[in-house]
Design a protein around this ligand. Structure first.
Ligand code: GLA
Length: 726
């Protein structure tokens, strides 16, 4: 069984195929964390130690026993008020203005199958091996009940957590902080791995040794953000890609978040992740509940690549849903970098004709297609096609593109409103804005108040009106600013707005996917500003970055791959000099880097040379040949581009038979060393034939020695090789 309970010791054990997680409801009713590591039999309560430590407070029920203190014991759900002065998961305020609670174990339930969360994305399971554990904690004074939820995704080595607070009393209880998961380690020498960035340079890998400062990352932007991704890894200081222990925590939520890691006075480590605390103060009225979003956790005893595989499988199989889950995606041409706002119906049709001749599957009309949208400072909210600019109705444009044998896709930014729009002139109070304070603008636009039902209905109806105009098979759902001015004109409490906004967004997305189940929705927020598994529950792919430069993208993809399967990350070949960096890279390199995930082009094909057009046809042919392995195979990082002049990555098909190796050498140098690529994940003892040259290699040598890359003839050269098991 995935979940076990030992009645004598009150120890709960969660088993996945390769990991075990253990906790104990102790004699005082406090829930102590015991173990999260490789799969083990037996109980681990012997790991707890008790001693009288200076300035360690003791619970009243411990009487004169000064050796029991939650200030150093490892906990499962640390809350403010129990004598633990480390950072808690939960802080609540009662009507007297006090902040302390006292939650004790009151019971449990083991349920077959994986729990779901009302109104929030959560991993799901179709496997009979997967189970849910519910643990109930209660505070008798405050009359609050906490249900801790644990989901066990057995085969994927994933344990999920969430928690629900229910107010069973007569007073309002206000939640000031509510984290979704925490891991306490009694000892260890760890590094913290996080992913920071900015617009057009997301997901930059960072690894720091844990020391005695509080390591805090997060987002106060109302979105998961470009600046930090809601994904953290704690790794043994000695852990590498293929060796050592590491633990990952990923927040399944698209709004603000906070992740904290703390090395305490006794060299114990606590790491936790959950909702951002700023601008959050959520009153829960008597009889009401509040749900903390889900966290996906995984443990690997075999290094970081293995940890990533657990997350990749979980997101592909247990987060992404619907028609496009695990399906090859159309190769598309997007109009944005090709023409920005400067197009006509004729120029679009001409681009589409070229696209078809290059074997592209879909044409995507990006921003600029609706009335008055000649610039990014206007018209958001007025989702009416500009027939003058398009040279006719949107329906007729779609028909013409379809009749060329191309699918059609469209860009939209539904959660936004421009001050220069009819919508704003009619409903200025639909924008988040504080009465009496001029709002802070972002890209000259304001954010619609998605916590309001009438706003959500408007957004839903606007999208349906557009979708019903023709065969629109793809929607790029954009979001181009951070949230400021958190004030909803109808909310009874402004501390609720940011959370309710995200629930509102999820509600509209759910309604859209129910209404249009076969439409491929690509998430986007100026690229990767909302690249999280909450969005992936609704949109099975996300535009990874507004940066299409192959070299910057290689770093971005490297970062993404730690927590997300590359198949959910969209990447396009664009022209050089690159519009974001000014860099010139070989066309082939741009193709190699973009073929990492959901593949496409973002350029005007009419302006290409014949050689480039031939190259595009060849890239599409190569992509279609490999796409099954790209979408379903195992992805391995083979180098660290931040410390090496080489960025190499590999896909191994599920059956281990086909291997695709990509390598990108950044700078070319005089009399340069030879670069070797060392493979991973091959079948030990087998032989592999390289398709390009027919050479046969022993798998073990490919994994230990690697194979040499050719001498470069310039900067930024990329290579792709295919190996087949014999
Ligand atoms: C954002 C997106 C881009 C493009 C523009 C259009 O920046 O990330 O890809 O769609 O908006 O305004």
């Amino acid at each position: 069984m995935a979940v076990e309970y030992d009645n004598t010791t009150r120890i709960f054990t969660l088993h996945t195929r390769n990991s075990t997680y253990q906790m104990q409801a102790d004699s005082f009713g406090y829930l102590l964390h015991l173990y999260y590591g490789r799969r083990t039999k037996g109980l681990t309560d012997w790991a707890l130690t008790f001693s009288d430590r200076g300035f360690a407070c003791n619970p009243y029920d411990a009487g004169k026993d000064r050796t029991y203190s939650l200030d150093y014991l490892p906990q499962e759900f640390p809350f403010q008020g129990n004598g633990d002065f480390r950072s808690p998961m939960l802080i609540v305020r009662d009507e007297n203005g006090t902040y302390d609670c006292d939650l004790r174990f009151k019971g449990y339930e083991i349920v077959n199958g994986k729990y779901s969360l009302s109104g929030l994305p959560a991993s799901y399971s179709e496997s009979d091996d997967d189970q849910t554990l519910k643990i109930f904690l209660e505070d008798e004074r405050l009359k609050i009940r906490i249900t801790l939820l644990y989901g066990v995704l057995y085969e994927n080595d994933v344990i999920t957590r969430s928690a629900i607070l229910r107010n069973e009393g007569q007073e309002t209880i206000t939640i000031e902080k509510f984290q979704s998961a925490c891991l306490d380690f009694t000892h260890g020498h760890f590094d913290l791995i996080t992913f920071h960035g900015r617009h057009t340079l997301e997901m930059q890998f960072d690894r720091q040794e844990m020391n005695h400062v509080s390591h805090v990352i997060g987002s106060r932007r109302g979105t998961s953000s470009h600046q930090y991704n809601p994904f953290v890894i704690l790794a043994d200081h000695s852990a590498t890609e293929s060796h050592g222990r590491c633990w990952g925590m990923q927040f399944v939520y698209s709004g603000g978040f906070k992740a904290e890691a703390e090395l305490d006075q006794y060299f114990q480590t606590r790491i936790q992740i959950g909702l951002a605390e700023e601008k959050f103060s959520y009153p829960v009225e008597p009889g009401e509940e509040f749900i903390a979003p889900e966290v996906i956790m995984s443990f690997s005893n075999e290094g970081l690549n293995h940890l990533s595989h657990n997350f990749h499988k979980c997101i592909r199989n247990n987060i992404c849903r619907g028609y496009w889950k695990n399906k090859p995606r159309p190769v598309l041409l997007n109009s944005w970098e090709a023409s920005y706002f400067n197009f006509t119906g004729e120029s679009i049709l001409s681009m589409a004709r070229y696209a078809k001749s290059l074997n592209i599957d879909m044409f995507v009309l990006d921003d600029g297609w609706f009335i008055n949208r000649s610039h990014d400072d206007r018209a958001l909210g007025d989702w009416i096609p500009d027939e003058k600019k398009l040279g006719g109705t949107l329906s007729s444009l779609i028909r013409k593109i379809n009749s060329m044998g191309l699918k059609f896709g469209l860009w939209i930014e539904p959660e936004m409103i421009s001050e220069n729009s009819n919508l704003y002139r009619q409903h200025s109070d639909w924008a988040l804005s504080i009465p009496g304070k001029p709002p802070v603008r972002g890209r000259d636009q304001l954010v619609l108040d998605m916590s309001r039902k009438e706003v959500r209905d408007y957004v839903f109806d606007s999208i349906c009106n557009i979708m019903n105009q023709g065969s629109i098979e793809y929607l790029k759902w954009d979001y181009n600013r951070s949230i400021s001015d958190v004030f909803s004109h109808t909310a009874d409490n402004q501390g609720k707005v940011l959370y309710d906004y995200i629930l509102g967004l999820y509600e509209v997305l759910e309604r859209i996917i129910e209404r249009y189940p076969n439409v491929l929705i690509e998430g986007c927020s100026g690229g990767g500003g909302r690249f999280d598994s909450g969005m992936l529950y609704y949109t099975p792919q996300i535009w990874a970055s507004d940066n299409t430069d192959a070299i910057d993208r290689a770093y971005i993809h490297y970062g993404i791959s730690f927590g997300y399967p590359m198949s959910v990350s969209a990447a396009h070949v664009s022209v050089c000099p690159n519009h974001q960096t000014g860099r010139i890279t070989p066309f082939r390199t741009r193709g190699t880097v973009s073929m990492t995930g959901a593949f496409g082009y973002e350029l005007n094909p009419e302006k290409l040379s014949e050689d480039e057009k031939t190259e595009i046809r060849e890239q599409i042919r190569a992509y279609k040949k490999d796409e099954y392995t790209i979408i379903n195979g195992m992805y391995y990082r083979l180098s660290n581009p931040h410390t090496e002049n080489l960025c190499a990555w590999e896909y191994v098909s599920e059956d281990g038979e086909n291997v695709i190796v990509n390598a990108l050498i950044h700078e070319s140098h005089g009399n340069s060393p030879v670069y070797y690529v060392t493979l991973q994940g091959l079948t030990e003892g087998a032989f592999y034939i390289q398709e390009e040259n027919g050479k046969v290699y022993p798998a073990n040598a490919l994994m230990d020695l690697g194979f040499p890359l050719p001498k470069q003839s310039g900067d930024y050269e990329a290579y792709t090789y295919h190996f087949r098991r014999m």
